[in-house]
Design a protein around this ligand. Structure first.
Ligand code: FAD
Ligand code: AMP
Length: 478
């Protein structure tokens, strides 16, 4: 038996590395186990989020958005010609951001005294963790507390088996280094829409196949409708009710994608196909037979509201447990669990977790949709304000979309905020703060927003809840 720790975290993604840092800050002797290794055999920190998820996808989205803006700068009187994109340079920039950030976590671990254990972690009985290093050697560590933070992996589907350079998952999709002429995407979820947007901006013909008939079925209907309209304008060809049924590689360089929709069997031919049909919890090889930890019926590690498994002192967080698969949700669960282990009271408000899709314009929301609330029988008041009526949005030439605020008719408490807009990802934080403090629509009405700012749309939407928006004709009938 090797060292004993107060806390061993398995997995160094945004759930695990944040939990480890917080535990160490609270004076607990902490180790973090990570199986991912780089070419030199060192542990790769940061998980999906930093390496093949949030950060690299946003780097590519930002680069291609800047490219699009440069191409359309004439609207500001800036005349450019022959704007070109060096895709290899764009990908290299993305890689250097990833390297910088993952290296930063190694530095934070060192500064906080977190021990990194490279290898595959397996929870055994009695809170012992077996770590199998890349060379096959094993060591076993004991801990008073174990946090399982093993994240998720992409779902693969039999009709579209991953094929080097042609049929790609989200990791492969981030490394395409020349602009394909035709791109297919299976799944019109968050990842599919973001990846489709990256390449559509560079001139690729993008076709997205989505099995469901409803576009963004879990999003507020107003947001989904507006987004569908805007994506169509951007020439993202999103085919709904279209289920991929098979693929065929043609001459080793193209992919024939077969799909079925209401009209029958169809096919398209593309240069690359991205499979983005969702992610599943990563628990393979994690739990020894005597670990005592159970999975739920969908394969997630079973936990309660405080992220405790059925074994006292063993917790699980992030993508490997119920709830939205989001980096900030994973991190906040990590902080909550570290605090609980250190003996503090801690809880996470699962009702106020912002969601964002980083297309352009961005889609962002927090709280419940109008449809959910109505289905629950809650009487609501809705205020909407379009960015087209915002002076600052006009100045920025970013007038697409709106802010929608839903408040309880009886109490005036804000129950949901939904947005489509150029910087919705930044604005949604204001809505989350308001909701975390249980604000009413009137609280936002009485708040002074700086002028001219895009944020004023939140103020106006709150005023519109009671029919009092100033820069829009919306007087409530008496
Ligand atoms: P992960 O980040 O998956 O980390 C788990 C870590 O555990 C990995 O490093 C893995 O190697 C390690 N591990 C697993 N099993 C073991 C084991 N047995 N032993 C040792 N180590 C192990 N979320 C957002 O909030 N915003 C976004 O913009 C966003 N964009 C995304 C874009 C893409 C393309 C993808 C794929 C995901 C995106 N996500 C986004 C989702 C986000 O990346 C995840 O929700 C987040 O990474 C989950 O964090 P986690 O710590 O639970 O797991
Ligand atoms: P998300 O879970 O947000 O990443 O979205 C994944 C999307 O992929 C969902 O909307 C699914 O309906 C869709 N999907 C899953 N399987 C298929 C398939 N075989 N063909 C087309 N779309 C699919």
């Amino acid at each position: 038996m090797s060292d004993k720790f107060d806390v061993i975290v398995i997995g160094a993604g945004p759930g695990g590395y944040v939990a480890a840092i917080r535990a160490a800050q609270l004076g607990l002797k902490t180790a973090c186990v990570e199986k991912w290794i780089d070419e030199k055999g060192a542990a790769v920190l940061g998980g999906t989020c930093l390496n093949v998820g949030c950060i690299p996808s946003k780097a590519l989205l930002e680069s291609t958005h800047q490219f699009h803006n440069a191409q359309h700068a004439d609207v500001h009187g800036i005349m450019t010609s022959d704007v070109t994109m060096d895709v290899k340079k764009m990908v290299a920039r993305k890689d250097s951001i990833v390297k910088n950030l993952t290296g930063g976590i190694a530095g934070l671990f060192k500064a906080n005294g977190v021990t990194v254990l490279q290898g595959m972690g397996k929870l055994q009985g009695n809170k012992q963790v077996e770590v199998t290093a890349a060379d096959g050697s094993t060591s076993t560590y004991a801990a008073d507390n174990v946090i399982l933070a093993t994240g998720s992996v992409p779902v693969e589907i039999p009709p579209a088996p991953l094929t080097e350079g042609l049929i790609l998952d989200n990791e492969g999709a981030l490394n395409i280094d020349e602009t394909p002429k035709r791109l297919g995407v299976i799944g019109a979820g968050v990842i599919g829409l973001e990846m489709g947007s990256v390449w559509a901006r560079l001139g690729t013909e993008v076709t997205v196949l989505e099995a469901m008939d409803d576009f963004l079925a879990l999003t507020d209907k107003d947001v989904a409708k507006e987004a569908a309209k805007l994506f169509k304008k951007q020439k993202l060809d999103i085919k709904l009710g279209a289920r991929c049924t098979g693929t065929e590689i043609i001459d080793g360089k193209e992919v024939k994608v077969k799909f079925a929709d209401a009209e029958g069997d169809k096919e398209i031919v593309v240069d690359k196909l991205i499979v983005a049909v969702g992610r599943k919890p990563q628990t393979q090889g994690l739990l020894a037979d005597d670990s005592g930890v159970n999975l739920d019926e969908r394969g997630f590690i079973f936990v309660n509201e405080q992220c405790e498994t059925g074994v006292p002192g063993v917790y699980a967080i992030g993508d490997s447990v119920r709830g939205p698969m989001l980096a900030h949700k994973a991190s906040e669960e990590g902080i909550m669990v570290a605090d609980i282990i250190a003996g503090h009271h801690a809880q996470l408000n699962y009702d106020v977790i912002p969601n964002i899709i980083y297309t352009h314009p961005e889609l962002a929301w927090v709280g419940k949709t109008e449809q959910e609330l109505k289905a629950e029988g809650v009487k609501v008041k809705v205020g909407k304000f379009p960015f087209a009526a915002s002076g600052r949005a006009m100045a920025a030439n970013e007038t697409e979309g709106f802010v929608k605020i839903i408040a309880c008719e009886e109490t005036d408490r804000i129950l949901g905020v939904h947005m489509v807009g150029a910087i919705a990802s930044e604005l949604i934080g204001q809505a989350a703060i308001a909701m975390e403090f249980c604000s009413s629509a009137e609280d936002l009405q009485l708040t002074v927003f700086a002028h001219p700012t895009v944020s004023e749309a939140i103020h106006e939407a709150a005023l519109a809840v009671d029919g009092h928006a100033i820069h829009m004709a919306n007087r409530k009938k008496r």
